[in-house]
Design a protein around this ligand. Sequence first.
Ligand code: URA
Length: 230
Amino acid sequence: MKLDRLIAKHRFLGRAEAHRQITAGHVRVDGRVIVDNQHEVDRFMQVEMAGELVQQAQRALYLMLHKPAGVVSATRDAEHRTVIDLIDDPDKATLHIAGRLDRASTGLLLLTNDGRWSKRLMDASAKVAKTYLVEVDDDIPLDAIERFAAGMEFQPEGITTLPAQLTLLGPRQARVVLHEGRHHQIKRMFGRLGCLVTSLHRESIGGLSLPSDLAPGMWHPLSAEEKASL
Ligand code: URA
């Protein structure tokens, strides 16, 4: 939101008075005087006018969780435990999930209350690589690598998947790199090959890998380096 809009809403000041206050140097964002009416502000910034609080900064949360199997990637569910139930933070109700995993899937899950950050990360056009370790119930056919790379057409979305990289690790085990996150994408792609996915684990998103010492069900706030690696 633009700074003048936020100030205009405060005590119903209106846009003209907001402009006067801002250009007179009475408005501070995170402690810094801002005289630009069009300055972009979000809910994670503290805004004051003439020493009076206009907006209290909300705590921005960026967490990684090692999702265990059997827990749903949702903020609420009538039947099952959710990933939010595993988080112990006073502001956990503000969280949403940046890239879901199916209930049976395990591995790296990101949670945040910063919608702009998660949108940037998950936007298909950003093509952030997500790496999965996959096990299936039958031998993976030899043409799997080409078929994943060529893309597959799916209904009802009417989409063709972006080129995906498949590396065979064994007759029934593979590592797959996707650059998007379509609904049940890996299961559906292996389904086309006649294979049923029996285990699906997300190892990394962008340059961020699940640390080997983060046990299933455990989580931690992203460090500055972890956040940058995304
Ligand atoms: N693809 C799937 O089918 N399931 C997941 O959980 C993630 C990717």
